[in-house]
Write a protein that binds this ligand. Structure first.
Ligand code: AKG
Ligand code: FE2
Length: 196
C-alpha cells in the first residue's frame, strides 16, 4: 500500500503522492474525454528572446475567465467542462483543499516533456496546494532543490494524484523529463488556486 502521508521531499516543502485514485476503466474514460473535449492548443513561449511554439499542447480552465500569464503569454481561462468539474470535485475530496482553476498539458509522446521550473506565477496563491492528476502514459517526474541541487524522482501512474504544497515552489524546481521509450500520450491536469 502506498503511504499518502509520506512527504517525498526531505525538507523545504511538501509533496504527497496518492498513487492511483481512479479505477482503470474510469481512468481510460477520462483520458478519452479529455483528449476529445478539451480546447487543446500549442503553447507559445519566449526563449532567448525568440517566440517558439511548443509541441506539447495546453489548455487553461477556471471558475472565472482568469487572466493567467504562463511562459510570458497571457491566457483567459475557459469555463469548466463537465469532466473537469467532476475531476475537481474528486481531487478536492481526496486532498481536502479547494481549487478555482486548472492548467492542462498534453504530451503526445515521451519526446515531449517540461523543463525545470517552479509554479510561482504572481496570481497563484502563495504556498497554496497544487494538485496534479495524470492520465495515459506513465512518466517520470523529478524535483531538484534550488540551492543544494538534491534530486527526488517519482513515477506518475495512469489515474494518479500528486500534491505539491507549502514552500515547495519556493525551494524546489520540478520537471517532466523527455524519454524516447514512450510513444503514447499523457494528459496532466494541475488544479490551482488563483487569488484575486
Ligand atoms: O506534466 C506534469 O506532470 C507537470 C506539469 C507542470 O509542471 C506544470 O504544468 O506546471
Ligand atoms: Fe509545474
Amino acid at each position: 500500500m502506498i503511504d499518502k502521508t509520506k512527504n517525498w521531499l526531505p525538507k523545504d516543502g511538501t509533496v504527497h503522492y496518492y498513487g492511483i485514485v481512479f479505477q482503470h476503466q474510469d481512468a481510460v474514460h477520462y483520458l478519452e474525454r479529455l483528449l476529445s473535449t478539451i480546447a487543446w492548443r500549442n503553447d507559445e513561449a519566449v526563449m532567448f528572446g525568440k517566440k517558439i511554439v511548443t509541441k506539447r499542447k495546453v489548455a487553461w480552465y477556471g471558475e472565472k475567465p482568469f487572466e493567467y500569464t504562463y511562459s510570458n503569454t497571457t491566457k483567459y481561462a475557459l469555463p469548466w467542462t463537465k469532466e473537469l468539474l467532476e475531476l475537481k470535485t474528486i481531487v478536492e475530496q481526496e486532498t481536502g483543499e479547494t481549487f478555482n482553476s486548472c492548467l492542462l498539458n498534453l504530451y503526445h509522446t515521451g519526446e515531449e516533456g517540461m523543463a525545470w521550473h517552479s509554479d510561482a506565477e504572481t496570481d497563484l496563491k502563495k504556498d497554496g496546494a497544487i494538485a496534479s492528476l495524470s492520465f495515459g502514459a506513465e512518466r517520470k517526474f523529478a524535483f531538484k532543490h534550488k540551492t543544494t541541487k538534491e534530486k527526488i524522482e517519482l513515477l506518475l501512474e495512469h489515474g494518479s494524484l500528486l500534491v505539491m504544497k507549502d514552500t515547495t515552489q519556493t525551494f524546489w524546481l520540478h520537471r517532466l523529463p523527455p524519454t524516447r521509450l514512450i510513444n503514447k500520450p499523457r494528459v496532466n491536469l494541475t488544479f490551482r488556486t488563483i487569488s484575486h
